[in-house]
Design a protein around this ligand. Structure first.
Ligand SMILES: CC(C)(COP(=O)(O)OP(=O)(O)OC[C@H]1O[C@@H](n2cnc3c(N)ncnc32)[C@H](O)[C@@H]1OP(=O)(O)O)[C@@H](O)C(=O)NCCC(=O)NCCS
Length: 208
């Protein structure tokens, strides 16, 4: 793969297929977020309820082969937990992106950007989206955790034993047209010294 090969396709994930279930679990463990058996079973139930559409991000020319190269995955959801109508609605007028992940070896080739553009196309069409879909929304780690000095912000990475990321995910979404409307303290991470640090998330949306 070269830096100019930016193509990818989306293929629905079948969580009833043992191999696909194992692969999503493997990729979620690498992601380090939402990888428990319980979470994946909840995702399966949401899929059955028509509220969650999970896709593999597949490399070109591998869709017809028996072993497609699954470079990552992404989900388009008509629900969120806790519920927030500006993020996702069951009538699909607002849909949320979640579980977006590209395996480290396939990053910075343009696949993530292309996958977002494909999901935006699916959002306004049946069966995964709806012609009534007005916007796509998501939450992303606040760029204050990259740029603002202080133990709660840029300093928190050292406290949880990680290095500061090379780019801000909030800015990554801004570059493709997503606009923040608020920020909230949504998650907590354990620090190396046994404490807790709060992660602020930016709520972002793009009108379709
Ligand atoms: C965020 C993520 C999905 C992006 O996927 P990706 O395929 O690597 O992204 P792309 O290659 O499409 O990114 C395109 C743009 O981002 C920039 N970019 C991507 N990775 C970068 C990096 N490590 N450092 C700096 N810029 C980077 C590219 O330079 C490019 O910008 P440009 O066209 O202005 O030069 C991927 O990094 C990932 O899976 N991260 C971990 C999980 C995560 O953060 N998910 C989102 C949760 S909200």
């Amino acid at each position: 793969m070269t830096a100019t090969s930016q193509k990818c396709d989306l293929e629905p994930i079948n969580l009833h297929d043992t191999d696909q279930f194992a692969e999503i679990q493997r990729q979620r463990v690498i992601c380090g977020w939402h990888y428990s058996e319980q979470t994946l079973q909840e995702w399966k139930a949401k899929q059955q309820d028509g509220l969650k559409s999970l896709f593999w991000i597949i490399l070109p020319n591998s869709t017809n082969s028996n072993n497609p190269i699954r470079a990552g995955h992404i989900s388009l959801d008509a629900y969120c937990d806790p519920p927030e109508l500006d993020l996702a609605r069951a009538d699909k007028s607002v849909l949320a992106i979640s579980a977006f992940f590209i395996l480290p070896e396939y990053r910075a080739y343009g696949l993530g950007r292309r996958a977002m553009s494909l999901v935006e196309e699916l959002a306004i069409r049946e069966p995964y989206g709806s012609i009534n879909c007005r916007s796509i929304a998501l939450t992303a780690l606040s760029k204050r955790h990259i740029y603002e000095e202080g133990p709660e912000w840029r300093g928190m990475w050292e406290r949880i034993g990680l290095s500061v990321p090379s780019f801000s995910i909030q800015e990554w979404y801004e570059k493709i047209g997503y606009v923040s409307w608020k920020e909230e303290p949504l998650y907590e991470e354990k620090t190396l010294d046994g404490g807790v640090v709060t992660l602020w998330e930016a709520f972002m949306k793009k009108m379709l």
